[in-house]
Ligand binder design. Sequence first.
Ligand code: BEZ
Length: 251
Amino acid sequence: MSHIRQDWSPETYDRHARFVTDEAREILNWLQPKPGERILDLGCGDGVIAERLMREGCKVVGVDISAEMLKAARARGVQVIQASGEDLPFENEFDAVFSNAALHWMTDARAVAEGVLRALRPGGRFVAEMGGHGNVATIVTALRAVARRRGANESLAGPWFFPTPAEYARLLRAVGFDVERIELVPRPTPLPGRMSDWLKVFRGAFFEQFGEDAPVVIAEVEDLLRPVLCDSEGNWTADYVRLRVLARKRK
Ligand code: BEZ
């Protein structure tokens, strides 16, 4: 029996990944939400940000693929719809589509961009932050190294979409957006616990392949990363790089 499972439970997320929504301050500044606006929160997770936007007077719909997360969002009073970001079911409905730390999980980026465009009214804005080119590169390299050494599946190390600004801007323009602002920003992110916690929460699917050996493999990856991502007092930092974008649906 496998000892490690990918765990997206709201409790685990709250304990080990709350920094993800805490760090959304800057992209919320880019959004500039106004009372009365209809906003789609794409990849809303447990609804913490959607709830914040509702408190500012916005009418928010949250979309996520995880039923467990949507249950937590609903409990906060968020109107939610379970759907894939790669197959959004909206047309000309929103003043803005907002997304924080979710788009890199959706590898059919063109389908996402087309769905976001369809969901917006003409002139509506798409404001998003995601992992950008080079995001968690040190962590992914350590995972690949350990997989290679053990003859395991290296491709499970990093399934994410971390585009460059040029690549993402090109995609958005191709589907019908004007890109007003796009930035790639290194943001080393202090972790609330150990690297092993981050690895289990965000890359559990990689470790599942090792079955009973998973805890040993996690310790091996952590050992590799300690000299570069852990300070002398035991504080861990993840080498996050954010891609932020503000784009507008052409009228
Ligand atoms: C991110 O938010 O950048 C991220 C989170 C988990 C895995 C990879 C990237």
